[in-house]
Design a protein. Structure first.
Length: 250
C-alpha cells in the first residue's frame, strides 16, 4: 500500500506540472458542456426545450469527462514506457502492482474532481437533479466504476503503444462512441443503422442509467447492462495491463 501511495503522489505531482493534462481533463469537459448547452443545443434538442436539453445532456458530458481523463492517462503511461521509466521501476524493490495502481488512483481522483466541477457548472446553468441523495450516491458510484474501468483500459493501451501516436485509435473510440450513443441526441431521432448502433453500444446504457439516477426518472434494466459493461471493461483492462507489465522490457 505504501508503494501505491508513493506512486499516487508521483502521478499527482506530474499532473500539477502538466498544464495540458489539467486543461484536457478539467477544462475541456466544462467547455464541452457550455458548447452543447449554449451553442449546439438549439439544433440538437430534438423534441425538447432548451431548459429540458440541459437536463438531458449532463450525463453525456460526464461520460465524456471520463473519456478525456482516460486519454490523458494513456498518454502519461506511454510517456513513462517510452522514456524507460517503467523499466526502471521493474528493477526496483517495490510492488509491481503499485506502479500501475498509482496511475489508476491518480487519474481516477483527477477525473472525479473534474466531474464534480462539471456538475457544479451544470447546476449554475439550470440543471435540476433529483433531490434524493441516495440516487446521487448511486450515480457517483457508477461514475467511479466507469472511471476505474476506462482508466485500467487506458493504462493497458499506454503500455501497448509503441509511440504516443499509437494511442490515437483509443482516443478516437472514447471520444467518438459517446456521439453515437444517447449522450446528446435521443436514439429514436437517429436514422436506422445509427439508431441500431446507439442502442447496442456500451456507453448508451451507462449514460441512460446516469441520467435516470441524476434526474430521478425510471432506470429500468439499463443499470444491469451499465454495471456489466463497466465490470467487463475493468477486468479486461486490468488483465491486459498486468500481462503487458510482466512481459520482457522492450
Amino acid at each position: 500500500m505504501s508503494d501505491a501511495m508513493t506512486m499516487l503522489r508521483r502521478t499527482v505531482k506530474h499532473t500539477s506540472r502538466n498544464p495540458g493534462a489539467v486543461i484536457m481533463t478539467v477544462g475541456l469537459p466544462v467547455v464541452l458542456l457550455l458548447l452543447f448547452v449554449g451553442v449546439f443545443g438549439g439544433s440538437l434538442n430534438v423534441g425538447m426545450s432548451e431548459d429540458d436539453y440541459i437536463q438531458y445532456v449532463v450525463a453525456g458530458v460526464l461520460l465524456m469527462t471520463v473519456g478525456y481523463g482516460a486519454t490523458t492517462t494513456a498518454l502519461a503511461v506511454n510517456r513513462d514506457m517510452t522514456a524507460g521509466i517503467i523499466n526502471r521501476f521493474r528493477t526496483m524493490p517495490i510492488s509491481r502492482a503499485s506502479v500501475l495502481t498509482g496511475h489508476v488512483l491518480g487519474s481516477s481522483i483527477r477525473t472525479l474532481a473534474s466531474a464534480t466541477l462539471v456538475v457544479a457548472v451544470a447546476l449554475a446553468l439550470g440543471f435540476r437533479g433529483d433531490p434524493d441523495p441516495a440516487r446521487w450516491l448511486a450515480a457517483a458510484g457508477l461514475l467511479a466504476l466507469l472511471t476505474v474501468a476506462l482508466t485500467w483500459l487506458a493504462v493497458a493501451v499506454g503500455l501497448a503503444a509503441r509511440t504516443a501516436e499509437g494511442i490515437a485509435p483509443f482516443t478516437l473510440l472514447v471520444q467518438l462512441l459517446p456521439f453515437l450513443s444517447s449522450a446528446f441526441v435521443r436514439p429514436e431521432a437517429m436514422d436506422g443503422a445509427v439508431r441500431w448502433f446507439a442502442g447496442h453500444e456500451p456507453f448508451t446504457p451507462i449514460i441512460d442509467t446516469l441520467r435516470g439516477l441524476l434526474l430521478g426518472s425510471a432506470v429500468g434494466d439499463a443499470w444491469r447492462s451499465a454495471v456489466l459493461w463497466c465490470l467487463v471493461l475493468a477486468a479486461g483492462g486490468y488483465l491486459w495491463a498486468r500481462l503487458l507489465f510482466r512481459r520482457d522490457p522492450r
